[in-house]
Design a protein around this ligand. Structure first.
Ligand code: NDP
Ligand code: GDR
Length: 328
């Protein structure tokens, strides 16, 4: 039975990845931070077979202890401060967690492996946000990185550290450059879930309008359940490498609004949406569209859920959730 250690177990991807690995017969360990993390219940309910360990990726000693218990064959470093907008408010903490945290997990992995580096494989959750002010369209593994947020800068550090551990020590360390991926488990601070929750509430008469920022930004949105499969596939290869994981399609926030509102029978959403300066960013990433050819050819990976189905899945989930909350 293979053993996996996941940081970021309480997040969207941590839950999907745990389900995937458990279904493949892995023994799964998840790192939980904080003395009273409110998401522990969610993890216990969703993936009761995951074994929880206390630790924080900014605390190397806690990682060393967690590795000692988990004895992992595979390590998935998903833990991060992941909300781009927040990273301007707390740039230094973002650097510590999303940047330096990666180095800590790499170092804990190396210490755990000792002289036998082949005994463990490492996955880093890199991000399309590293492309920022894009230098190629579509973006691929070789595209020059030009991050536009403290989060993006921190991810670039983690990305190159992962490559550096591979090149310096021969560690099986891979980096998935994942484009935006969403699901009914997406945090409500991200634009897709913010929109699908609001659309559900508007259609149920629980809310009148939604306040958003830049409606013209374009993203390559896929389904998180598909993307965790690519993470796992990367660690099953003989050689570690870096891969873009994306759908190859891009859509604006306006198109997201079109699909979500249309799904509840509202064709014209102009009076339901207003722009609020609070949600504009100091520097924007205008266009993301990935070229997933390498993942398709080398990993045999393709996304299964398309953009419109993804949005409809999220609206349906939020309709059910909001009805239940409203006691209907
Ligand atoms: P979430 O924001 O849903 O989850 C982030 C996780 O990181 C949470 O479990 C959180 O735990 C944990 N975490 C935060 N700080 C620490 C810390 N100091 N020590 C240990 N764990 C910590 O993110 P996603 O699941 O969406 O993303 C997973 C990873 O993939 C992240 O690294 C993200 O940056 C990256 N990524 C995500 C993409 C996406 O579109 N979803 C695209 C590309 C990359 P807690 O409950 O304690 O806060
Ligand atoms: P992103 O996702 O920054 O791409 O990072 P987010 O959903 O936050 O923003 C996407 C785009 O929507 C615009 N936008 C708004 N965004 C939010 N959150 N709230 C709003 O009200 C709003 N209005 C417009 C944003 O300006 C932006 O252009 C996500 C995270 O999961 C990262 O961790 C990950 O690395 C990248 O995706 C790939």
């Amino acid at each position: 039975m293979k053993r996996a250690l996941i940081t970021g177990i309480t997040g969207q991807d941590g839950l999907y990845l745990s389900e995937l690995l458990l279904s493949k017969g892995y023994e799964v360990y998840g790192l939980i931070r904080g003395q009273n993390n409110p998401k522990i219940d969610l993890v216990k309910r969703t993936v009761p077979d995951v074994k929880l360990l206390t630790g924080d990726i900014t605390d190397l000693a806690s990682l060393i202890r967690a590795f000692g218990v988990a004895q992992p064959d595979e390590v998935y470093n998903l833990g991060a401060i992941s909300f781009v907008a927040y990273s301007w408010e707390n740039a230094s903490i973002t650097a510590d967690v999303t940047g330096q945290g990666v180095l800590n997990v790499l170092e804990a992995t190396r210490l755990y492996a000792g002289d036998d580096l082949a005994k463990v494989r490492f996955y880093q959750a890199s991000s399309s946000e590293m492309f920022g002010k894009v230098q190629d369209v579509p973006q691929r593994e070789s595209t020059l990185l030009w991050p536009r947020s403290p989060y993006g800068v921190a991810k670039v550090f983690g990305h190159y550290m992962t490559i550096n551990y591979r090149e310096s020590y021969g560690m099986h360390a891979s980096s998935g450059i994942l484009f935006n991926h969403e699901s009914p488990r997406r945090g409500p601070e991200f634009v897709t879930r913010k929109v699908t929750q609001a659309v559900a509430r508007i259609s149920l008469g629980l809310q009148d309008q939604i306040a958003l920022g830049n409606l013209d930004a374009k993203r390559d949105w896929g389904f998180a359940g598909d993307y965790v499969e690519a993470m796992w596939l990367m660690l099953q290869q003989d050689e570690a490498d870096d891969y873009v994981v994306a759908t190859g399609e891009t859509h604006s926030i306006r198109e997201l609004l079109d699909v979500a509102f249309r799904h509840v029978g509202i064709d014209d959403w102009a009076d339901k949406v207003f722009q609020d300066p609070r949600f504009f960013r100091p520097a924007e990433v205008d266009l993301l569209i990935g070229d997933p050819s390498k993942a398709r050819e080398k990993l045999g990976w393709t996304p299964k859920v398309g953009f419109e189905d993804l949005v409809r899945m999220m609206v349906d989930n939020d309709l059910a959730e909001q009805k239940q909350l409203a006691g209907r």
